[in-house]
Design a protein around this ligand. Sequence first.
Ligand SMILES: *Cc1c(COP(=O)(O)O)cnc(C)c1O
Length: 227
Amino acid sequence: MSIKRNIEIITSGLATGTSNSKRSCRLIAVSKTHPPALLQEAYDAGQRIFGENKVQEMITKYEELPKDIQWHLIGHLQTNKVKYIAPWVSLIHSVDSPRLAAEIDKQGNKAGRVIPCLLQVHIASEETKFGFDRNELLDFLKGPVPGTFTGLSIDGLMGMATLTNNEEQVRSEFRGLNALFEEISQMSFPPSVKMKELSMGMSGDYKIAMEEGSTMVRIGTAIFGKR
Ligand SMILES: *Cc1c(COP(=O)(O)O)cnc(C)c1O
């Protein structure tokens, strides 16, 4: 099937929404490893938000492709690379440590802007996935540091479920993240923290993620094919 058709099918599913969620959900087209020509095809089909997981690759594509694309970084970000994307990145989904948040704040201030970010929460059973666990997240959010941010805003949470065919496990991980998101939404925070976005769901599990309250699905394979 064509990229255009794949996007149409996915976005019509997102527009329909689900009984479990009254939130609206946006599509992040995950274009990592694919050449700019394929991104252009998605762009021509109306897609404007693209997700990349490597800084250098995102910069190359940013330079080559139309300027109204919103670039989302979804992969682990090293602190020494924040400065290269700070002036133009639209959203960083993968803030996984206080140290990285501090560097983004610094580079946002240098670039004269507030960089929208999500805090990545570790919800999978695999050890290798990055992110805050529940206690680390609450400690960080309740601590004094977020109140000092002027170059970064915390707009919500991101999580990746375990890679498994066990749908009930995936659902319960997404449900747990949504519960945490709602719990945090009730707390009071400095202006730099707003719980607006819940980024969860990939090609294999985005329908479940939507049912559990996702506001952003990050989909690669189901749009562009295998990497
Ligand atoms: C690669 C990637 C995706 C997309 O995965 P697909 O299975 O191809 O849809 C989503 N989120 C993150 C963080 C990724 O690295």
